[in-house]
Design a protein around this ligand. Structure first.
Ligand SMILES: NC(=O)c1ccc[n+]([C@@H]2O[C@H](COP(=O)([O-])OP(=O)(O)OC[C@H]3O[C@@H](n4cnc5c(N)ncnc54)[C@H](OP(=O)(O)O)[C@@H]3O)[C@@H](O)[C@H]2O)c1
Length: 290
């Protein structure tokens, strides 16, 4: 099957590599050149525009940063949606809000294109290992056509419902991820200020049920004070903003999440946006005398 792949960042580059290993023929596009070199060495075709990447694919996958970038790449004058083959499928794996996914489904359907929102749970390492969880919204027959693709990049596919429901589920996942990281960081910083050692706290908490298990995957980054991004902090703030917008649309108050979102905003202002989101710990720890 020919697949057009648009967006070769931390996640997209690794997902594309796994599709290639599973035998999919890739035509790839990334705004900044140079990120497709490994894929090209393995037989992918790199093109200069998103529209060119979309032209030949039976399926087109986007893995882009924000709803604004997805919209511009799909719908601007030289966007890819008008270049797609009739009846082909656009899978948007970017993390966006459910209302936006439904808008993109409408835009696609108007052009005779099928659409799935399919954001992913799991970060850089699961992406590399093909161990993501794919959260899918859309029509069952389209999910079935794409099942092989999902199995190439992930170990679990959850069909959450119609258009937008994959993105709805993703809002819940990242709300928990972003909030848990902040709660953990505040707890650790208080513990350290009270005289408990960081390593000892980690050891004790790893046998307790009070923290989210993903936090232990961040231990190396925290202990080495090396926050190279698996999941950039700026996209966590974006995701909490999308959760906030979604809550507003539904009339649901999210008081804690809105405060936590602003903590990430402050960390971005302090220069941490491109670091891993676990750098929120370093943000809290600044100035702490231990
Ligand atoms: N990293 C994670 O752990 C993780 C996990 C689950 C979901 N996600 C979600 O997956 C998506 C991608 O995340 P990522 O971590 O791979 O981010 P990333 O490394 O920052 O990649 C972002 C991608 O979007 C492209 N892009 C950004 N602005 C653009 C523009 N104005 N025009 C065209 N292309 C543009 C980038 O192109 P350039 O190379 O030219 O900048 C790159 O291909 C995001 O929605 C994120 O929230 C990430």
């Amino acid at each position: 099957m020919e697949v057009g792949f648009i967006g070769l960042g931390i996640m997209g580059s690794r997902m594309a590599a796994n599709l290639q290993k599973s035998g999919y023929q890739l035509t790839v596009y990334n705004r900044t050149p140079g990120k497709a070199n490994d894929l090209v060495a393995q037989g992918a075709v790199e093109v200069q525009t998103a529209a060119e990447a979309a032209r030949r694919g039976e399926v087109v996958i986007t893995m882009l940063s924000t709803p604004q970038v997805v919209e511009e790449t799909a719908l601007s004058a030289d966007g890819f949606l008008d270049a797609m083959q009739p009846n082909s499928i656009w899978i948007d794996c970017s993390t966006v809000n459910p209302t936006f996914s439904r808008q993109m489904a409408m835009e696609a359907n108007r052009r005779g294109i099928r659409f799935l929102d399919a954001p992913v749970a799991g970060s850089k390492v699961p992406a590399e290992r093909g161990e993501l969880t794919i959260l899918v919204g859309g029509d069952e027959p389209d999910v079935e056509v794409c099942r092989g693709i999902f199995e190439a990049v992930g170990q679990r596919t959850i069909h959450a419902g119609g258009h937008g429901m994959g993105s709805a589920l993703k809002m819940v996942f990242n709300l928990l991820l972003g909030s848990s990281m902040v709660a953990f960081s505040e707890g650790m910083v208080l513990g350290e200020a009270l005289g408990l050692e960081q390593a000892r706290l980690f050891d004790i908490l790893s046998n307790a049920i009070v923290i989210a298990p993903f936090v232990f995957g961040k231990r190396g980054k925290i202990e080495n004070e090396n926050y190279d991004a698996d999941f950039p902090l700026q996209w966590m703030q974006k995701d909490l903003q999308l959760a906030s917008v979604s809550a507003y649309e539904q009339g649901v108050p999210l008081p804690a999440v809105n405060v936590i979102k602003e903590v990430y905003a402050q960390a971005i202002r302090d220069g941490l946006g491109e670091q891993d989101f676990s750098a929120i710990y370093a943000y809290f720890r600044r100035g702490l005398k231990v």
